[in-house]
Design a protein around this ligand. Structure first.
Ligand code: NAD
Length: 495
């Protein structure tokens, strides 16, 4: 990833609206160079800075985590759960200002930032309640003796976080890692490190020293150094598929265990029997454009059965035309800007090349404010038709406010096109005939398949969440997440 350029960093400082993402570890102070975080809605505005930690800091922080892990891992699950609940009380404070900070560094609308920040105490409490179950043992007795099967913490656990839902996605894997008895070291994204680091500084101060550590910095430096560090026993990575490959390579040297939550290119199949009412159209619109299209399990491709294709496209265009694009802090905005220049340029280039292929790109919605438009990474939402399934816009994870809508005649074709991807994160099928839709859903190669929605389950902590194929390794949520960062030990003795 690129760092925001210096020209984007004309400083506007106001003590109450900025934050410095420092290294957080065992209450100690670490000196490091810093880099600015720029508001994607106002490129002249610096929202804060983050430390550029290097290998020396990484090394010290891993030692702190190792020392803290000996204490944290020896507590009972009940004791850890109690401490995690106390920490959740602290994280419930001051959520509005952290959500505002998140909108200013990330770009998304405020209610989405509130969901993101609000997820932290919710996830912490959920795993605090599960923590006692970590100590449950399975005892197997037979004529050869007795075996006790138990979980043990893995040790220092690195959490690498993307910029789209930084607080929630960090806490989704950090909370189970803590419940399992591991100390954690978080590497926030360069593009949204502030609200997360502020949240984690609060969390760290309520737990024993060194249990929660934060190492801001570049992925290629701090991130790579953490992943390949011999003291690290587990890496929980969320980000792009290409970076996931690098993380696997970096961890290979020490045979460090890695779980990956990677990219997605989620298909949605709308059947003739869907019944195109307002709720369906709005739900699909939400699942395409939320966070300006920058969510791993947003709908990225729409396959619509021929009988309802024209009606769908017309109603969908009308609904997308209601979207208002502006600063995420303005309540009149439905979506904000894209998060960073790399994302803005890649989506813009993709739309340009799609136009050249002869596809129809309908640019819809409206600008909230014309004057600031070129001063942010703003893009109006679009709907693409007349595009073959083989196009780049269909096969890649576009991660922007656009979606191709492709007709199909036969269910077999829809299933084939839906599965014709290297990704396998989530998918949805839309129909009033739920039995039929579920039968189609069973044939889709994705970790989560939804019928008549594209979100139930994945935001529910009790359902397994994770990707097939190149969308990831391992599963999150529930005890599955705890098992991702626990060692299983079989302790046997003969009579
Ligand atoms: P990214 O892969 O560019 O960066 C993710 C993190 O990895 C950042 O913190 C970055 O600094 C770090 N990093 C970069 N190079 C590294 C290296 N060599 N070693 C260690 N760490 C390194 O991803 P992004 O642009 O921040 O996020 C967008 C991507 O994340 C999309 O592909 C999206 O689908 C995916 N994502 C997946 C999920 C999921 O749950 N499956 C959730 C959100 C985002």
């Amino acid at each position: 990833p690129q760092t925001p350029s210096a020209s984007e960093a004309a400083v506007r400082s106001a003590a109450d609206t900025t934050w410095t993402a420092e290294v957080v570890s065992a209450g100690r102070k670490y000196e490091a160079e810093t880099a600015p975080v720029v508001n994607p809605a106002r490129l002249g505005e610096t929202v804060g800075t983050y430390a550029l930690a290097g290998t020396r800091i990484v090394d010290e922080v891993v030692q702190n985590a190792l020392a803290a892990g000996a204490v944290w891992g020896s507590l009972t699950g009940v004791e850890r759960g109690r401490l995690m609940h106390t920490a959740a009380d602290v994280l419930e404070r001051d959520m509005v200002s952290r959500a505002e900070l998140l909108t200013r560094e990330q770009g998304k609308v405020l209610w989405e930032s509130e969901l993101d920040v609000g997820g932290a105490p919710r996830l912490l409490r959920y795993y605090a309640d599960l923590a006692p179950a970590v100590d449950e043992e399975i005892v197997v007795r037979d004529e050869r003796g007795t075996t006790v099967i138990r979980r043990r913490p893995m040790g220092p656990t690195v959490v690498i976080v993307p910029w789209n839902y930084p607080v929630y996605l960090c806490m989704m894997v950090l909370a189970p890692a803590l419940a399992a008895g591991n100390p954690v070291i978080v590497k926030p994204s360069e593009f949204a490190p502030l609200a997360l680091t502020k949240t984690l500084a609060m969390l760290a101060s309520t737990l024993p020293d060194g249990v929660v550590n934060v190492v801001p910095g570049l992925g290629s430096e701090a991130g790579a150094a953490l992943v390949s560090h011999p003291g690290v026993r587990k890496v929980l990575f969320t980000g792009g598929t290409e970076t996931g490959r690098e993380v696997l390579r970096g961890a290979a040297g020490n045979i460090t265990s890695v779980s990956l939550e990677l990219g997605g290119n989620d298909p949605a199949i709308v059947l003739d029997t869907a019944g195109l009412d307002d709720r369906l159209i709005r739900e699909i619109r939400r699942s395409v454009y939320t966070c300006t299209g920058q969510v791993c399990f947003n709908i990225k491709r729409l396959y619509v059965q021929r009988g309802v294709y024209d009606e769908f496209v017309e109603k969908f265009r009308q609904a997308v035309d209601e979207i208002v694009v502006g600063d995420g802090l303005d309540p009149a905005s439905t979506i904000g800007p894209l998060n960073n220049r790399r994302q803005f340029e890649s989506v813009t280039a993709l739309l340009q090349s799609t136009r050249k292929t002869g596809a129809r790109v309908d640019v819809l919605g409206r600008r909230l404010d014309d004057t600031d438009w070129d001063n942010g990474y703003y893009l109006l939402p679009s709907v693409v038709t007349g595009i073959p399934h083989e196009s780049a816009l269909v096969s890649c994870e576009q991660f922007g406010p656009t979606v191709p809508v492709i007709p199909f005649d036969d269910i077999e074709d829809a299933v084939r096109m839906a599965n014709d991807t290297e990704y396998g994160l989530a998918a949805s099928v839309w129909s009033e005939d739920a039995e039929h839709a579920l039968a189609v859903g069973r044939r889709i190669d994705a970790g989560s398949v939804f019928v008549n929605s594209h979100r139930v389950g994945s935001s529910d902590m009790t359902m397994p969440f994770g990707g097939m194929k190149r969308s990831g390794l391992g599963r999150n949520h529930g005890m599955w997440a705890i098992d991702e960062c626990s060692e299983l030990q079989a302790l046997s003795h003969r009579p």
